[in-house]
Design a binder for this molecule. Structure first.
Ligand SMILES: Nc1ncnc2c1ncn2[C@@H]1O[C@H](COP(=O)(O)OP(=O)(O)O)[C@@H](O)[C@H]1O
Ligand SMILES: [Mg+2]
Length: 457
């Protein structure tokens, strides 16, 4: 029953509001009732005191007392009795109790305490208020004035107020429960949309976006969901493309090998032709082997843990310049290490070496004969930067967005027949991503290329 947030909210808010309204109602009605009654008692006591003052003079003369009482009370509602201090009625406005002795708790208390007392009684289905006021002089208590007034109108007033307050409160409670339920629905609606969108993603529909325009935490959740689903979609697309690229790259050498082997099986050639074919097969196997190694390196990079330590970038560049020495010499190139000797960066040494190796290897391969390669590292505005720059053949603008893609190589028809797999920059990007670094490339055809790794703080 309470599985839905909207129902739970309606119930919880409803319960809180009903309880609050019930307490407020009770306090309100009780205090109104008390105020009304004490106002009445006060006015009755004042009136009793007035009668007591007059009666004091005539207590010994019952006839005058009765006629005086008649005179003063004829226009006033309610019964007025005057009695001595034993409860014996000396005068009665309606002459009914005259000569009788009355006893009740109000009279007893007033005689005992010699002070005004009030109480309530029921008579023939009527609510009666009794007020006893002492008649006193310097000698002490002389008698009592007993007033009884009909309370029905006050009781009726109070019960009418009760009905009004309770009906308004009931309406308020219903409105509160409806509002709480609507509020609950407003919250749960986007959650339902998000749940069904998540289910769609689980079912394979990845490019899903939810249309929730709330300006609160739910809106933020929807934005985060949309960003996440977009990322999943993009990852899925690149995974599919990666798979199709790999299959294609594997298929090409395999088809070539199969064709060559079939020709060898069917053919009746001499040993030289066999050797030539086997040589071609060997080249294709090398291609396959490089591809498989590249795939292994890529998965290793994805899975292996990254062990960061403080690395002196100048020392790394020196190490690699010695390592590449023979190749640089072969192409009569020079590698200048302009790194700040004191600059330390936090990186996984083996990954950093792999990254630099690929960039330097490219600069040598695609650099100008007798050209210059420059490695520089420093910090600008507290941000550390690492640059590798050459003055080689450059990269055409149209290829720049793709050079980091798996197996992407700039058009081989550039006529220089440079060997490569199109895997180096893919690895460079992966390593940078694992460190949280960004890469920028600036390049001009025949003007050189500059890779900037933005290391950050
Ligand atoms: N320093 C550079 N100068 C010119 N072209 C470059 C440079 N670095 C990379 N490229 C271009 O980007 C492509 C992708 O590079 P990479 O992934 O290392 O593959 P590979 O070196 O195996 O060709 C290269 O084929 C090349 O055309
Ligand atoms: Mg390369």
């Amino acid at each position: 029953m309470f599985r839905k947030i909207s129902t739970r909210m309606a119930f919880a808010y409803g319960a809180i509001i009903v309880l609050t309204i019930f307490i407020i109602d009770a306090v309100l009605i009780f205090s109104y009732q008390e105020r009304q009654l004490s106002k009445n008692i006060k006015s009755q006591v004042e009136y009793g005191n007035f009668i007591a003052d007059i009666a004091k003079e005539h207590l010994s003369d019952v006839g005058t007392l009765n006629s005086t009482l008649q005179g003063y009370t004829k226009n006033v509602e309610g019964r007025v009795l005057i009695m001595d201090k034993k409860g014996y009625v000396l005068a009665d406005k309606y002459a009914e109790y005259f000569g009788k002795t009355l006893k009740n708790s109000v009279i007893d208390r007033a005689i005992k305490d010699k002070s005004s007392q009030a109480g309530y009684a029921r008579q023939d289905d009527h609510h009666i208020m009794l007020v006893a006021v002492p008649i006193k002089d310097s000698r002490g208590l002389l008698g009592l004035v007993l007033l009884s007034a009909d309370m029905d109108s006050i009781i009726k007033d109070i019960s009418e107020l009760k009905i009004q307050v309770i009906s308004i409160s009931l309406l308020a409670c219903i409105a509160a429960v409806i509002l709480a339920w609507k509020l609950g629905c407003k919250i749960t609606k986007p959650l339902e949309i998000l749940t069904s969108a998540s289910e769609s993603i689980r079912g394979g529909k990845l490019d899903i976006q939810v249309d929730i325009k709330e300006n609160d935490e739910i809106g933020e959740l929807a934005d985060a969901f949309n960003r996440m689903s977009q990322e999943i979609y993009k990852t899925d697309i690149s995974r599919r493309r990666f798979l199709s690229d790999v299959s294609h790259e594997l298929n090409t050498p395999l088809t070539a090998i199969k064709t060559l082997v079939e020709s060898l099986i069917d053919g009746d050639d001499d040993i030289y032709v066999y050797k030539e074919y086997l040589n071609d097969i060997n080249c294709e196997i090398d291609r396959l082997s490089t591809l498989v190694k590249s795939l292994l390196t890529s998965t290793k990079l994805d899975q292996s843990e990254i062990f960061k330590e403080n690395v002196c970038i100048y020392d790394e560049a020196q190490f690699l310049s010695r390592l590449f020495g023979p190749r640089l010499m072969q192409r009569k190139m020079i590698l200048k290490n302009n790194c700040d000797k004191r600059l330390m960066i936090s990186a996984d040494v083996s990954m950093l070496r792999e990254l630099l190796t690929n960039l330097i290897d490219n600069s040598i391969k695609y650099g100008r004969e007798s050209g210059k390669i420059e490695i520089s590292a420093g910090s600008i505005d507290g941000k550390k930067l690492l640059k590798i720059k050459d003055d080689g053949i450059g990269i055409p603008d149209k290829d720049l967005p793709y050079i980091f893609d798996f197996l992407y190589r700039v058009d081989k028809s550039r006529g220089r027949g440079i060997e490569g797999s199109g895997f180096g920059l893919f690895i460079v990007k992966k390593i940078a991503e694992r460190h949280g670094w960004d890469i920028l490339v600036k390049s001009h055809v025949e003007g050189g290329t500059e890779f900037t790794i933005m290391i950050g703080d």
